[in-house]
Design a protein around this ligand. Structure first.
Ligand SMILES: [Zn+2]
Ligand SMILES: [Zn+2]
Length: 270
């Protein structure tokens, strides 16, 4: 977990990002603010990262994308992970334009640095707008994007990642969706966003109105997990509405669901 956060920032939850590590290749799903720091903290804890073949974005909300320029421009190991090559980013329509805008926004910085030490191919970006379906495949993974409902975005994705020995499903931000049970169907790990059903009535009125239209409550997630049957359910992008704790979130889900549930912390490994 490279970051379990939401737009409500705090020290413990860095910007939203999940890494799937297969034989030294790190596939990054969302790049919230701080992703480059958490990645290096993981390396400091002994995680071995050789390369970042691709980044996948669920939707264009800032808590999932603010780390992209840092992934492009931080030097040293960060660039080395990409073999010095461009950062390749897949996502729903709009991601290619976002990468083009990032490229334009830091043009003066590139010019200033190029004058000192020459240009770097690692500053290049490749953004690809993709439709739902298989969006990426190599010898380690098959990555499938599927549509989830996260208004007001016309397109938001969850991702199903298949490796040689595991299937991992990442919900992205979504209100309750049938797609999760269909894509997981007994998967090894389901990483799913959540807010507290118990805490919602204590949240500010605008949040009480918005969250049920765009996100998934603990009780709703319990119902989804009962159908999806993951071997492990990992809560992330936790919205601790009403000041609930991680234990409260797990308890709320488990009050209506019998499987294994954990509430993720940054840098946890599953
Ligand atoms: Zn979010
Ligand atoms: Zn969102």
């Amino acid at each position: 977990m490279l970051g379990t956060g939401t737009p409500i920032i705090d020290a413990a939850h860095s910007g939203n990002s999940v890494g799937v590590l297969v034989r030294g290749s790190l596939y990054i799903f969302d790049a919230g603010p701080g992703v480059e720091r958490r990645m290096l903290e993981a390396v400091a804890k002994g995680v071995k990262i050789d390369t970042i073949p691709a980044v996948f974005i669920t939707h264009l909300h800032s808590d999932h994308t603010l780390g992209l320029p840092a992934l492009v421009y931080y030097h040293g190991r960060n660039a080395a992970f990409r073999g010095g090559g461009p950062l390749t980013v897949y996502g729903p329509p709009g991601i290619a334009a976002m990468m083009t805008h990032i490229d334009a926004a830091w043009a003066d910085d590139r010019g200033a640095r190029a004058g000192v030490r020459g240009g770097s191919p690692s500053w290049q970006v490749r953004g690809a707008d993709v439709a739902a379906g298989i969006v990426y495949r190599d010898s380690n993974v098959v990555v499938k994007a599927f549509e989830v409902p996260h208004q007001p975005w016309p397109h938001a994705f969850g991702y199903r990642v298949e490796t040689a020995d595991r299937v991992i499903v990442i919900s992205g931000d979504t209100k309750p969706s049938e797609a999760i049970a269909r894509e997981c169907a007994g998967c090894d790990v389901l990483v799913h966003e959540v807010y507290s059903a118990v805490g919602l009535p204590k949240a500010p009125p605008e949040m009480q109105r918005y969250h049920p239209t765009a996100h998934t409550s603990t009780y709703e997630l319990a119902e989804i997990a009962t159908k999806a049957k993951p071997k492990l359910l990992v809560l992330y992008h936790q919205l601790y509405l009403g000041g609930v704790s991680d234990d409260d979130l797990v308890r709320e889900v488990q009050s209506r669901y019998n499987g294994r549930v954990v509430s993720a912390h940054d840098l946890d490994v599953y």
